[in-house]
Design a protein around this ligand. Sequence first.
Ligand code: PEP
Ligand code: MN
Length: 334
Amino acid sequence: MILVLNKDISPQQDARLTAYLEGLGLTATRQLCQGKTILLLSGQTDRADTGILSSLPMVESVLPLADPLPLASRRSHPADTVVQVGNVFIGGGHFCLMAGPCTVESEEQLLSIARSVQAAGAQLLRGGAYKPRTSPYSFSGLREEGLALLRTARRETGLPVVSEIMSVTDLPLFEDVDILQVGARNMQNYDLLRALGRCRKPVLLKRGPAATVQELLLSAEYILSGGNENVILCERGIRTFSGGTRSTLDLSAVPLLHELTHLPVIVDPSHAVGRASLVPPMALAAAACGCDGLLIEVHNNPLHALCDGGQALLPEQFARLSRQVSAVRRSSEL
Ligand code: PEP
Ligand code: MN
């Protein structure tokens, strides 16, 4: 349900309305829409009497929620959202290269990779500290120690960092992480999405391996409806019957998402293909179809990587790819 507020509503009326809605157990997300303030109500909206609400002096009209994506869809928000992280902009014509190891392993490993990807043009350093692994016996990250190493790399290089958060309870530990990554496995962890909606940090939301584009957008809507507007979507491959690659990179999702939503869309070819040799061609294809950035796994010693070594580019391969991406972007005038 949507409340369109009167233009001349006083702060006192506003506070009374908020208290009334809270009393009904409803959460109101405030949005500016075509010059008017609207409140998007969530919770048990059937408990709210539309007759009473529309009779309130501060309410201009009450509308049913006809659009399942009132915040994420481009209909309600035609201009591209640009997410800012320090001096880095993502979306609305700003392209961002994010690169780094699958998982943080040691200070030496992380700093060496961070410096080389920075020199090659990456604007953000990625590195997992909490790793979701299919097997409980696999290395699952250095956890707090990994986050401390990311802090060191951030301080040493000035690169903002992106790292995956798996649990709501870990949120306080991620204070120095610039972009919170929601991994593919957690795209529908609704408690986590709601918690990230309450914070103001940018969120990189990965598409689940079996999720439709609409489900990805609904997950983004969870974060947006909490008041966090800084959502970046990430296509990272979906499960199909194709075989040969780890997943199937659904590149059609990039222009489709650009039609459906104002949120930036980046592509992670590394997890999609799972093989280093296939990462550059798919990254270039992603750049050609207009993505707002790329997330690439890079390792200085892939043979000994603790996680996803087979899909990691060497620093020099990443540097070459970075130059090629710039060329593709120039030739496509994106
Ligand atoms: C990752 O980025 O390291 C990762 C685990 O990715 P995904 O959630 O896409 O599998
Ligand atoms: Mn990985």
